[in-house]
Ligand binder design. Structure first.
Ligand SMILES: Cc1cc2nc3c(=O)[nH]c(=O)nc-3n(C[C@H](O)[C@H](O)[C@H](O)COP(=O)(O)OP(=O)(O)OC[C@H]3O[C@@H](n4cnc5c(N)ncnc54)[C@H](O)[C@@H]3O)c2cc1C
Length: 808
């Protein structure tokens, strides 16, 4: 692998020099499926404007070579080519190259990392045209992530099937989404909280040249009048049948097509003596061709791939003073047709008749004025200014929650003399791992590699917008509650909060009753009208005395009696644990309170709230420190060997770390079944428990937790199971004893810190894990300080010896 410096098309050094002139905006890293030097479209208009205040790096899709290609000989593993953009030194086009058969995902990740480190690019914004680029960029930490969604790419001919999944992921990680038109905006607006429509705009002075240009380009000069024309990519979006029919209906009209043929066989294009294909023309040449047309056309087919298009050429034709006839593309109709600026025609006959009118009418003063009014409002300059304002707004919002600069930051270079780029390897990107990583990076200036085997950060608390744009929790409902102000203060550096008090109902005897059991539960279940004192008496008459509280059954029957135990707890526990409460430690049911008032809150903590933009956003900000690298979909064992001198913070299962040498620690797991319903609300509370009916234990409706407004709603069913992800350690004495054996090994392990629920084989709530991780960080900081203080005398001794030697 290498990074090529190709002097014939602009060198790395030249690009770096141009960057000297830049204003304070960080570089913009763009990932595009379109090639810069292909056809000038929206990306070039926007990004050349972006380049007025920052350097733009435009990363294209890879270019593949045959093994026999002399250019690729001896260049296994790929290389990048840097291309300059004429008159725009602050745009650098980067083109990755690979041989056919090479893994271009891994290859691009490597090339990109190398490129970023060569340029020292730590701070940058990223901008996506293709969601597919996430496959090699997910580990980056841009300051702001933009998705400029130009089209419904997945509807395009030849679109990779995983594009839809990737786009969902991009919607999750992007801070702001721009759409290339109104229709695509309508389709995407519910999928993200920060979506803005920016329909295609116009470079008015450029196309207005067509109004004054006289001379025909040589290849057009021989085509007789009247002429109508089209420029752009010639692909499956064109309606070939319609073009053929119209050409047949109007044999005296000549149809000129400019542009490259893409994805379709050129032989499929309509042919006739009055249809002319003149090939690709540069952006600069277009006004000269346009000048020689009597009208312009948008003969697009109406299919999936054109449902959301907002053709840039519409205002460009108009700027050239040309009448336009279009098929009923939604954005053309709503943006121009309804205002009488473009003729819209559905059938071939209508199209031909509209062309007759367009050719014979030409320009008139009133129409020209209306066109100009519309175009002045739609300049690329205005569009870019509005986009930039949105990006700045995100930057400002995010900068409020960036952790303060580190105290010890300047020390980090002394911490590893081994040449290893990382001081710490953190296994697990859940709360335990992320908190420790963030503290190590921001407070001690340590270089941290966070590894998770899952394809996302956040551990079990990971949330994401599903295909309907509803925020859901992948691994079941996570409700934040704590009585620790320290934990709240810490997490508030990375999120704002939405107050939320959790409520749970249980379906018992056909009634939905509050849980934990309170006064209303008893009154409604037994059709009573007790007050608090009455409830105490009611329960006192039913509880079963126990001399020793050992099991979950003991604790429940001694608090609420047998009937409530049978109705609310016994079967629920059997489903949840696969064990009878009489076989389970008392601590399992010990968490469930009984209330003698009407308090329906599930938790009693002083702080109950949800992160206002979800858990994943919180984690993104926590891990956004430039010293932290995150690698996903990777088991830590793949990375351990590469970082032998890094200390380890391990938040995975403790038995796995020691290769299960005493046998596996038993866990209970869950299977989640997510569903979305076409109704605003599914159930009256966030969670409904089903102790006695069905195989699932409970149903959660997420909109109650997140406060999201949406016409649909998403729910999740939980089916307890023995197999699957390790969720709940099974609290039985023999398991505790097994864990103790592993714990003894962990205490003896050198330079490994064990933290979190899996490493401790204990059920912890999120706040407990955060508190534990902050405490663990304190321990590590103490160890670092101790190491540091040992090093100082050693160094001082060294220099004192040297001084003494010099003196003799
Ligand atoms: C269904 C359910 C509901 C819950 N609801 C709540 C709630 O409402 N409120 C609350 O406070 N708490 C709740 N919790 C508890 C909460 O999920 C935990 O407290 C929290 O997620 C623990 O964080 P962690 O970092 O210790 O573990 P995790 O979040 O599990 O993170 C550990 C990470 O380590 C990674 N890992 C493991 N092995 C490896 C390996 N070999 N290589 C690389 N990576 C590895 C895993 O992929 C995982 O991402 C709930 C738990 C469950 C299971």
């Amino acid at each position: 692998m290498s990074i090529q410096k190709n002097s014939s098309i602009g060198t790395v050094e030249e690009s770096q020099q141009s960057a000297v002139h830049l204003a304070e905006d960080p570089a913009l890293l763009v990932f595009s499926h379109l090639r810069w030097h292909f056809v000038t479209q929206r990306p070039q208009h926007l990004l050349t404007r972006a380049a007025q205040s920052r350097h733009v790096y435009f990363w294209e899709e890879p270019w593949f070579h045959d093994a026999a290609d002399p250019e690729s000989r001896g260049r296994d593993g790929g290389w990048v080519e840097f291309l300059e953009v004429e008159q725009t030194p602050d745009v650098t086009v980067i083109r990755p190259h690979f041989n056919h058969g090479e893994d271009s995902i891994k290859g691009q990740r490597r090339l990109l990392n190398r490129f970023l480190s060569d340029r020292g690019l730590e701070r940058f914004d990223s901008w996506f045209y293709t969601p597919m680029a996430l496959s090699f960029t997910a580990h980056l930490h841009p300051r702001v992530t933009v998705y400029d969604c130009m089209d419904e790419l997945s509807a395009f001919f030849g679109a990779p099937p995983e594009l839809i999944e990737r786009e969902k992921e991009l919607f999750r990680v992007a801070d702001v989404i721009f759409t290339g038109g109104q229709s695509i905006y309508e389709a995407k607006r519910s999928k993200h909280s920060n979506v803005h429509a920016f329909p295609s705009s116009i470079d008015l002075p450029h196309f207005a040249q067509a109004r004054t240009v006289q001379s025909d380009p040589p290849d057009q000069a021989g085509i007789p009048d009247p002429r109508v024309g089209f420029f752009g990519v010639l692909d499956e979006r064109l309606d070939s049948a319609l073009i053929s029919e119209v050409a047949l209906l109007r044999p005296h009209v000549h149809f000129v097509f400019l542009g490259p043929v893409v994805k379709i066989d050129p032989a499929q294009l309509p042919t006739a003596s009055n249809i002319h294909y003149l090939g690709s023309k540069s952006y600069a040449e277009l006004p000269r061709y346009l000048a020689g047309w009597d009208a312009a056309i948008l003969p697009f087919a109406l299919n999936d791939s054109t449902r959301f298009i907002s053709p840039t050429k519409t205002p460009e034709y108009l700027a050239a003073g040309k009448r336009v006839v279009s098929t009923p593309i939604k954005d053309v109709v709503t943006g121009y047709g309804m205002a009488g600026l473009v003729e819209v025609a559905g059938t071939a006959l209508e199209f031909a008749t509209a062309l007759d009118r367009a050719i014979s009418t030409g320009q008139d003063a009133e129409w020209t004025q209306r066109v100009e009014r519309k175009l002045v409002e739609s300049s690329w300059d205005l569009t870019w200014a509005a986009m930039r304002a949105e990006i700045d707004a995100v930057r400002d919002r995010k900068s409020k929650v960036v952790p303060p600069p580190s105290r010890w930051r300047s020390n980090h270079n002394c911490s590893s003399g081994s040449g290893d780029p990382f001081d710490y390897l953190v296994v697990g990107a859940g709360f335990a791992g992320s908190v420790v990583a963030e503290r190590l990076a921001s407070q001690l200036g340590k270089r941290v590699l966070v590894i998770d085997k899952r394809p996302h950060i956040g551990g079990n608390t990971y949330d994401f917008y599903n295909e309907d744009g509803i925020l859901v929790h992948r691994y079941g409902p996570h409700i934040f509650h704590t009585s620790s102000q320290k934990v709240v203060d810490y997490l508030s550096c990375f999120t704002e909060w939405r107050p939320y008090e959790h409520r749970v109902l249980a379906q018992v005897d056909g009634k939905l009753l509050p849980i934990p059991i309170n006064l209303d539960t008893i009154n409604r279940l037994y059709d009573l009208n007790l007050d608090s004192g009455g409830m105490e008496k009611f329960l006192a008459e039913r509880v079963e005395a126990r001399t020793e509280i050992r099991t979950s059954e003991d604790i429940v029957v001694s608090r609420v009696g047998r009937d409530l135990y049978e109705k609310f707890f016994r079967n629920y526990t059997r489903k949840q644990w696969g064990l009878d409460p009489s076989e389970l430690d008392s601590c399992v049911a010990g968490r469930i309170p009984v209330r003698f008032d009407r308090d329906v809150r599930y938790f009693s903590d002083s702080f109950q709230a949800m992160p206002s933009e979800g858990f994943t956003r919180l984690f993104e900000r926590m891990l956004a420190h430039p010293n932290i690298n995150v690698v996903l979909s990777t088991d830590y064992r793949e990375a351990m060997g590469s970082h032998p001198s890094a200390k380890v913070v391990y938040t995975g299962p403790i038995d796995e770390f020691f290769d299960y040498r005493f046998g596996p620690l038993p866990y209970r797991s869950l299977r989640f079944e997510h569903k979305t319903h076409d109704t605003e609300q599914f159930q009256p509370a966030a969670v409904v428990n089903y102790p006695n009916d069905y195989d699932y234990t409970r149903i959660t409706e997420f909109k109650h937790l997140t406060g999201q407004k949406h016409e649909k709603t998403s729910i999740v069913y939980e089916y307890p199971t023995d197999e699957g992800e390790p969720y709940y350690p099974i609290p039985r004495p023999e398991n505790a004893a097994l864990y103790e054996r592993y714990r003894a090994l962990a205490s003896a392990a050198k330079s490994v810190y064990f933290c979190g629920r899996l490493a401790n084989y204990r059920y912890f709530n999120m706040d407990q894990v955060v508190a534990q991780a902050l405490h663990m960080y304190g321990t590590i900081a103490d160890d670092e300080a101790a190491e540091f203080s040992i090093q100082i005398p050693a160094r001082m001794l060294g220099s004192a010896t040297a001084t003494a030697q010099a003196a003799t």
